[in-house]
Design a protein around this ligand. Structure first.
Ligand SMILES: Cc1cc2nc3c(=O)[nH]c(=O)nc-3n(C[C@H](O)[C@H](O)[C@H](O)COP(=O)(O)O)c2cc1C
Length: 162
């Protein structure tokens, strides 16, 4: 898919089919995330966790009545280590954005998730099960899977020219 078409077609998918993505697609999405810019090139301060285990996904979704990852069959958690420059969120968002666009280019549904991160951080048992290396904190979640439908909404942000 051409880049601008991919950008236009990306949307936050909140209805996933009960079908797992292929390992090849997952690999390409992870690789896209790894190609993202990261402050001072500190890729060693970033970590990616892929959760596809249904029992573990159910354990996370059972933490609340709210739908926090919309039954996405693949939940990716991007974590970062405090780099002393306060760039964890920015770095994680850059990695996430590349993954969302890669998923769209592969005709998969995707969504950027923040709520699930708060839930995971509040629950020590789940947090421990992420098995993150020492000092790493979850920052961004991404839901991946096959979308049940599509929609294109043109967003707009005010611009001023000087
Ligand atoms: C930082 C950030 C956090 C978000 N957290 C959530 C979330 O926890 N749950 C959710 O359903 N959508 C979440 N979203 C998706 C936004 O609601 C969505 O991107 C926005 O409404 C624009 O819609 P679109 O992505 O379909 O273009 C988040 C997006 C961003 C960038």
């Amino acid at each position: 898919m051409e880049l601008f078409e991919t950008i236009d077609k990306r949307f936050s998918n909140r209805k996933f089919l009960d079908k797992q993505i292929s390992s090849d697609d997952l690999k390409r999405i992870l690789q896209a995330g790894m190609q993202a810019p990261v402050g001072r090139g500190k890729y060693e301060d970033m970590h990616i966790t892929v959760i596809q285990d249904k029992d573990f996904l159910n354990e996370i979704s059972d933490l609340t009545d709210r739908s926090v990852f919309y039954n996405a069959p693949t939940l990716v958690i991007i974590s970062a280590k405090d780099d002393g420059h306060g760039l964890n969120k920015e770095n994680s968002a850059c990695v996430a954005m590349n993954m969302l666009l890669a998923a769209t280019a592969l005709k998969l549904g995707s969504i950027y998730l923040n709520l699930v991160i708060g839930l995971i951080k509040e629950n020590k048992n789940i947090l421990n099960k992420l098995n993150l290396p020492e000092g790493f904190v979850p920052i961004v979640g991404i839901g991946l899977g096959y979308a049940d439908g599509s929609h294109i909404v043109k967003h707009s942000i005010d611009v001023n020219y000087i």
